[in-house]
Design a protein. Structure first.
Length: 164
């Protein structure tokens, strides 16, 4: 298990010094899931949500969220993102509670001395919260879950792929 690196000699939080780290190509993929009523998914698909095109707005919000990650997560370094992409998978099959889902996958890339895991996770989460905001008038019971890192590559720690 790796040591925590975000603490100084006094045990207080600090931003890690990355000045000596080698710049490498880095990529991270994260997901979030929005659970919603089938009627809500149908309204999204038919463009019948009053606030507009839910997936288009959520896609832009996810990209913007990735770009604003260091403003939200205190110890994240501001990095130059070279690419952010948001994809949606509509899952109309009902779960045991009678809800369906939309899985959001966010991919972030950079070339630099630190990774983009937090940017990918923030992108997926902001896209999911945007979907909730746009659809809450028709489905306040929506939920956001399963926010996680699916994979990452680059840097000293190499490649990680989530199992399962």
């Amino acid at each position: 298990m790796a040591e925590f690196t975000h603490f100084n000699d006094s045990g207080r939080a600090r931003m890690v010094d990355i000045s000596a780290k080698v710049s490498t190509e880095r990529l991270a993929v994260a997901q979030a899931r929005v659970f919603l009523l089938p009627e809500t998914l149908e309204k999204i698909q038919r463009g019948k949500i009053a606030k507009g095109d839910v997936l288009a707005v959520a896609q832009v919000a996810g990209v913007m969220g990735a770009k604003r990650t260091p403003d939200l997560i205190p110890m994240c370094h501001p990095i130059l993102l070279t690419s952010v992409d948001i994809a949606f998978l509509e899952e109309p099959r009902l779960d045991p509670t009678g809800r369906c889902a939309i899985t959001i996958t966010a991919t972030a890339k950079t070339t630099g001395p630190t990774g983009v895991e937090m940017e990918a996770m923030t992108a997926a989460t902001v896209a999911a919260l945007t979907m909730y905001d746009m659809c809450k008038s028709v489905d306040r019971g929506m939920s956001v879950s399963d926010v996680c890192l699916l994979s990452k590559s680059g840097g000293k720690s190499g490649t990680y792929t989530r199992e399962g």
